[in-house]
Design a protein around this ligand. Structure first.
Ligand code: IMP
Length: 181
């Protein structure tokens, strides 16, 4: 990987990387991809999970790195699946979530971006409010077909996802801190 990137994004998820690269590009930053499966602590805190992943990522790639941990918090389910969103997606998936959600459909997506360069470890979190659609719409990845954001479209159909998502908001905070460093 050429050393010219400002920072690399460590993840096994190419979708997250390509969104993050497009978003950081709009803030004038370059982002490389360090594709790997990171150690994930069991915790009810996204910040703690992301910090563990960032330390693991830095120990492997030995260059300034960011990682991301996300959670979908559904109000009528007491915030479930929250920090367990990845496991829940792999087990019951979007169809299972649609069966569980009651008439109150409000939800939020939270992103924690953690930066590590071996000396500094710093997290940036942000969320976007929305709701869970009645049926899947569009062919996006993960929860995109069931999460409706501010433009009343599911993230899978939205043209504004990368200008309004949890990821956009957390990366905006990260880039303004990084560019001032
Ligand atoms: P992770 O543990 O950070 O990978 O994310 C938790 C779950 O949320 C995973 O199943 C992801 O695929 C999903 N997820 C995170 N961000 C998004 C998004 O922007 N759209 C759809 N699903 C997402």
């Amino acid at each position: 990987m050429p050393p010219s990137y400002d920072v690399v994004f460590a993840s096994s998820n190419r979708h997250k990387y390509s969104e993050a690269r497009q978003i950081l590009d709009s803030f004038g930053m370059t982002l490389g991809f360090f594709r790997c499966r990171l150690e994930e602590l069991q915790s009810d805190s996204l910040v703690r999970i992301a910090a563990g992943k960032a330390r693991d990522a830095f120990s492997r790639c030995n260059r300034p790195v960011i990682v991301e941990d996300d959670g979908l918090f559904i109000d009528s389910l007491g915030g479930f699946p929250g920090p367990y969103s990845s496991y829940v997606f792999e087990t019951i998936g979007n169809r299972g979530i649609l069966k569980l959600v009651g008439s109150k459909r409000s939800a939020k997506f939270v992103s924690v971006i953690t930066y590590c360069d071996g000396t500094t470890l710093k997290s940036f979190n942000a969320s976007v409010n929305g709701f869970i659609s009645r049926r899947q719409s569009g062919s996006g990845w993960g929860y995109d077909p069931i999460f409706v954001g501010s433009d009343s479209e599911t993230f899978a159909r939205s043209k504004l996802k990368n200008e309004s998502s949890h990821r956009y908001r957390a990366l905006k905070k990260f880039s303004s801190w990084f560019l001032r460093m």
